[in-house]
Design a protein around this ligand. Structure first.
Ligand code: I6G
Length: 672
């Protein structure tokens, strides 16, 4: 090797290491230390060197995550230690019986310590590292033989191609779950829908379908992630005594381990963990279908062994099913704020996850056709968190000859105006605009909602009554309601009428951005409204803006610009705005070149505040120009720590980020 070769090799190795470190900070620690642009520079530098010297491309180079040419079939991998599955438990009694069995088998009376982990709804994978380099990745398959999905797994950013640290085992098999976040899952399905391709029924299928692609370049385009939960074969290293310590080792080597793992001192601790996770579940960015308890001592695990395909020392405590079987009794069409018609299935009521479901959205007619849904069909419905229940699939085997086709109505079911469907769009719309009482009601609900004009007390039922009684037919009518009119409404005492009155009055003092958002212009959400307000500063400037100048605003493309332009071109919209302003709606002037006092500062809120909710604190801070982020990094200016602040506070302390308590936050807010 020449001196020049050696220098080049070292240069490439340094780049590998730098990029690896940045990847680790970004994907695993969620704490980047360089900008995306600096990261890209390093990556391009490495790519250029490799293009010039392809003989120096190593399989674990960060550039090799892009996927490889398609395979004909996956080859088989025999697992050196079988990949087991888990026994399931559904009740507290099941868990107490599991704990009892363990005590009996081990002849131990003292409480058993358990490692408790969330159970992700994904695909089990085994990663094999030799001397720290990823050499193979395989699916579980039948537990003994899986499929070789190395090229595909290498495209996942949270899977390190090389392990970090000294004293690495000569061979390490790591077991983990590959998954896709709820958000990415929805996006993937939206994109598939737009291309008229098959959608995935759930995030698990999406993860499995993405990993089991013969063309790994497709896998590379899917936003997959991994959490590691255990080990298989290990050679050349003495293992620690506890499973929780093994997980800590994995994390130190750069493998991603769930931050929600905890150690429980006994079965009661496990059950408390289950409750905690059940509460957290809906707010997590990925699906979990339960939790897993594992005897923490590795020596005790070995004594317990396994039976058929499952270890005796672990159990999955599953959450109650969120899917149920029922029948579609009827399908009706709901009209939304923009006139969009949504087919809604009226169901034979069914219990799902402790809640009775009698309606489910069918989204749109494309979805109805794709899922081949008919009135009278037996279907699987699914409820996930707070989202509207949906029909997952039809049980075609149970279809009777009596089922009826779902037909898009020709006229609006509410105002009888014509229905139009623009070519290429999945959504059909009522053309009645504000003549349609359904659209009017939705527009008023939106206008009064918390993030818009925030008129507390003006909820769904009241809007319904006000519109049906003919008291409110346009947004401006809200401000000419009299106390007497409101007090005479059903279920409305004098006190509630007075409160509503005060809330309506209070809402007149607002911000330009909120006002814009509350108008319900198509495609103008909160963020776009804020950008428009900052850019144009006055309503006059926005109302007279050209399509080109609208597109100069961040987030505003040609479609959004067209919607804004059309909105202000309509005489009845201009008249409505005039009346709203005449009623007294006003906002502080946005000065030219105006710099808000907290502009450029990033805050993270954690723990419970006593004087306001975190959402309210966020709103106050944003009004002052601050950005409020969800996670702490070296770029965070301040972490505001309320009561029971957790890991974000620890991270702030670790990174030396300034921490404010609630009185300090109040001081900042009151000063400005
Ligand atoms: O499939 C699994 C998911 C999660 C597991 C598992 C797990 O722990 C959090 N743990 C074991 C021991 C096994 N399967 C066999």
């Amino acid at each position: 090797m020449t001196i020049a070769d050696d220098k080049l090799r070292r240069e490439i190795e340094t780049l590998h290491q730098q990029i690896y470190d940045h990847n680790y900070r970004y994907y695993v620690l969620d704490d980047p230390s360089v900008t995306d642009a600096d990261y890209d520079k390093l990556f391009q530098q490495l790519k250029k060197l490799e293009e010039k010297h392809p003989e120096l491309i190593s399989p674990d180079s960060p550039t090799q995550r892009v996927g490889a040419p398609p395979l004909k079939i996956f080859s088989n991998v025999t697992h050196s230690i079988p990949m087991l599955s888990l026994d399931n438990a559904f009740t507290e009694e099941d868990i107490l019986a599991f704990d009892q069995r363990i005590h009996e088998r081990l002849h131990i009376e003292a409480p058993i310590e358990y490692s408790c982990e969330p159970k992700l709804d994904g695909l089990a994978i085994s990663l094999r590292y030799e001397n720290g380099s990823l050499v193979q990745a395989a699916t579980r398959g039948d537990g003994s033989v899986g499929e070789d999905v190395t090229d595909n797994i290498k495209t996942i950013r949270t899977v390190p191609l090389t392990l970090q640290g000294r004293n690495l085992p000569a061979v390490l098999e790591v077991r983990g779950e590959v998954f896709i976040s709820k958000k990415s899952f929805n996006l993937l399905n939206e994109q598939a829908e737009a291309r008229q391709e098959k959608t995935f029924a759930n995030p698990r299928n999406a993860a499995a379908g993405s990993v089991r692609q013969l063309d790994s370049r497709i896998t590379a385009s899917r936003p997959l992630a991994i959490y590691c939960y255990g080990i298989g074969l290990v050679e050349g290293m003495k293992l620690p005594a506890k499973h929780s310590e093994v997980l800590a080792c994995l994390s130190n080597w750069g493998l991603r381990v769930s931050p929600l793992i905890a150690v429980a001192q006994d079965a009661a601790g496990c059950l408390a963990y289950y409750q905690q996770m059940a509460k957290k579940r809906d707010a997590l960015p990925y699906e979990i279908d339960g939790v897993v308890y594992k005897v923490n001592s590795l020596a005790e695990q070995e004594r317990l062994g396994f039976v058929s395909r499952a270890p005796r020392w672990a159990i999955a405590h599953k959450f109650p099913a969120e899917e149920a079987h029922t029948i579609i009794e009827e399908v009706e069409f709901q009209v939304g704020r923009t006139g969009a018609l949504t087919p809604v299935a009226r169901l034979k009521p069914v219990h799902v996850h402790g809640v009775t479901i009698s309606n489910a959205t069918l989204h749109n007619m494309d979805e109805v056709r794709r899922k081949d849904i008919h009135i009278g069909d037996h279907v699987i419905v699914r409820r996930a968190g707070d989202v509207i229940p949906e029909v997952v699939s039809v049980i075609t085997a149970k279809r009777s000859s009596q089922v009826r086709k779902i037909k898009l109505p020709k006229h609006c079911p509410v105002c009888h105006s014509a229905i139009e469907q623009i070519e290429g769009e999945a959504v059909a719309r009522c053309t009645g605009k504000l003549f349609c009482s359904a659209q009017r009601k939705e527009a008023i609900r939106h206008f009064a909602s918390r993030r818009a004009m925030n008129i507390e007390g003006l909820g769904d039922k009241l809007v319904e009554q006000l519109v049906d009684a003919g008291l409110v037919s346009s947004l401006a009518d809200i401000y000419s309601l009299t106390l007497e009119q409101t007090a005479n409404l059903e279920r409305m005492g004098e006190k509630s009428a007075q409160n509503l009155f005060e809330e309506i009055n209070k809402s007149k003092k607002t911000t330009f951005a909120r006002f814009l958002y509350s108008l319900g212009i198509r495609e103008v959400g909160e963020a776009t409204a804020k950008q428009l307000a900052l850019h144009f500063k006055t309503l006059q400037a926005l109302q007279t803006a050209s399509i080109e100048s609208l597109q100069a605003v961040e987030d505003v493309g040609p479609v959004v610009a067209m919607h804004i332009l059309h909105f202000f071109q309509e005489a009845h919209n201009r008249e409505m705005i005039r009346k709203l302003l005449q009623a007294g709606i006003h906002w502080p002037k946005i000065e030219a070149g105006h710099q808000l006092p907290l502009q450029g500062k990033t805050f993270v809120l954690t723990g419970t505040l006593s004087a306001m909710t975190r959402d309210e604190a966020k709103e106050h801070l944003e009004k002052l120009g601050a950005k409020v982020a969800g996670s702490v990094s070296s770029k965070t200016s301040y972490v505001v720590a309320g009561v029971e602040a957790g890991s974000k506070l620890d991270k702030a302390n670790k990174l030396g980020v300034a921490v404010l308590d609630e009185p300090a936050l109040m001081k900042i807010l009151s000063k400005r």
